[in-house]
Write a protein that binds this ligand. Structure first.
Ligand code: ATP
Ligand code: MG
Length: 206
């Protein structure tokens, strides 16, 4: 899977519509202090579902909306679209690439889209789970994150390794399945259907 394009509109310091194309090979973004390099990383984290304003270096989520400056007014909303291509087999989408969009208005109305179709945040999380691209995964390693990974507890590090191994999707589905009454044991003696073995076909549809 490759990060192909990022489009921002009214996001942080990017008041105008901006398109960042990530060609094959390495792309580096360089510039003076305060020019917006970290805002590009924030845009990527935000569009894939980051829910913590603090993790985006703000105090509330609407801080991501362009606030205005001496020469122009603030924007009424922020919108970011991320285009991924070379999608891995097994990703539940039937197009060769996927565009994920998030929009937020000043009155805190949030919307999400996959390939232009309105969806839930959960749909985006489900789509990216197991690809390494989730908000708590390893595809975005910003300042300070390397030391966090090295210094984290074995439990937290295990979560990162499980995402890399692609089994976090299976784990998430199993825990949803175990919480469903359909999977509870029929009697006190009977084993829970899903706790002791991988989900069956019908269970994984839940
Ligand atoms: P450094 O090299 O110091 O790490 P940087 O290139 O990473 O800097 P950023 O931190 O991405 O820079 O950008 C900071 C700039 O973004 C500041 O000038 C700040 O005023 C501006 N900024 C952040 N949020 C908003 C917003 N909502 N509206 C307008 N400008 C914003
Ligand atoms: Mg920075």
């Amino acid at each position: 899977m490759r990060l192909r394009r990022l489009e921002t509109y009214g996001f942080k310091s990017f008041a105008d519509r901006m398109t960042f194309d990530f060609e094959d090979g390495i792309t580096a973004i360089i510039g003076p202090n305060g020019c917006g390099k970290s805002n590009v990383v924030d845009a990527i984290k935000w569009v894939i579902g980051e829910q913590s304003a603090k993790a985006l270096r703000g105090s509330e989520m609407t801080d991501v909306i362009f606030n205005g400056c001496a020469s122009r007014r603030g924007m009424p909303f922020a919108e970011v679209t991320l285009v991924l291509d070379q999608l891995p087999a097994g990703m539940s989408i039937d197009t060769p690439d996927v565009a994920i969009t998030r929009r937020l208005t000043r009155d805190s109305l949030s919307s999400y889209f996959i390939n232009g179709k309105a969806c839930r945040l959960k749909d985006i999380k489900d789509l990216l789970m197991g690809t390494g691209m989730g908000t708590s995964a390893y595809a975005v390693i910003e300042q300070g994150r390397t030391s966090f990974i090295l210094e984290s507890s074995t439990k937290d590090r295990r979560l990162i390794l499980e995402e890399a191994a692609g089994i976090s999707r299976y784990r998430a589905r199993r825990s949803i399945c175990s919480a469903s009454p359909r999977c509870w044991p029929k009697s006190a003696d009977a084993p829970a259907r899903c706790a002791s073995r991988p989900p069956t076909r019908s269970a994984s549809v839940i």
